[in-house]
Design a protein. Structure first.
Length: 283
């Protein structure tokens, strides 16, 4: 490391006597650059594998139950029909786990709501907004209201998504901003579980509108809550500099047509310029 520091003309390690306490800003930049070099080597292997592939391809998607169940279903159905030679793997987890799965190389494409962990080596591509609705049992008193308000919702027991999730946070923050304290009787991490308790009459819920399935949710009705709660902006998550075989490009375009290969490459170049500018402060 001393030789490398001499060659570069900067210190890479924070030292105190004979102890190494960590990396300097320059050291962190070098580590990231080295990691990208390894990723590019992996990309070369993927390119060669794609060009010489005789067997089936593989696409691993990291997402949450909500998106796997209510957003990606028609996309995956069409993709499987169009690409029968590609093995598709779904890895469901908490929203916070999605970018980390992509960063670690455990999945090829991620799809989830906005993550608090905006990792440096992960690219986030925003998609179309998803709005929210109030889910209530059939013939609920709120169904007769011409326009819902937070004050009216707070008159009834409320079932929410886990407060640590984006969905739970946005609902609770809307009430807090209005100075209203709702009567939360139950929270769960899964929208289908929340709906099942709405069916039992335990309370109302605020969920993404796409979670409503008329053919399945026959004991539930919904009312638009776009003007009460902010939308969610789902994002496609990619590892920076990742090589995308044609079938992966097609899957991304099915989710969001605006993100074709040229647009993705432009976004990656833009991210690279920002990070080079940031690293130049240390080198």
């Amino acid at each position: 490391m001393r030789i490398l520091e001499q060659v570069l003309g900067v210190e890479l390690l924070i030292r105190r006597g004979n102890r190494i306490l960590g990396l300097t800003g320059a050291g962190e930049a070098i580590i990231i650059a080295a990691q990208r070099t390894l990723w590019e080597a992996e990309n070369l292997e993927r390119i060669i594998e794609e060009l010489t592939r005789k067997g089936p391809g593989k696409l691993t998607i990291a997402t949450t139950h909500m998106y796997a169940r209510h957003v990606l279903r028609p996309i995956i159905r069409d993709f499987v029909q169009a690409h029968p030679d590609v093995q598709l793997v779904l890895r469901q987890g908490a929203p916070s786990s999605v970018p980390h799965s992509i960063a670690a190389g455990d999945a090829d494409i991620g799809f989830s709501g906005k993550s608090a962990d905006m990792l440096e080596h992960v690219l986030f591509l925003p998609c179309a907004e998803l709005t929210r609705s109030v889910f209530m049992p059939k013939n609920h008193p709120l169904s007769r209201e011409k326009r819902l308000t937070l004050k009216k919702l707070a008159q009834f027991p409320l079932i929410i998504l886990d407060p640590s999730s984006e969905g739970g946070q946005k609902v609770m923050r809307a009430f807090e901003a209005a100075g209203i304290r709702p009567n939360v009787v139950l929270s769960a991490i899964d929208a289908d579980v929340v709906k099942s308790y709405v069916e039992l009459g335990l309370g109302i819920a605020v969920l993404l509108s796409v979670a409503y399935e008329p053919e399945r949710d026959r004991k539930i009705e919904i009312a638009d809550a776009t003007y009460l709660f902010p939308p969610t902006l789902p994002q496609i998550v990619l590892r920076f500099g990742k090589y995308l075989p044609e079938y992966m490009q097609k899957f991304i375009e099915q989710i969001a047509p605006q993100w074709d290969l040229q647009s993705i490459e432009t976004a990656m170049r833009s991210k690279a310029r920002r990070e080079r500018s940031e690293y130049s402060r240390w080198l």
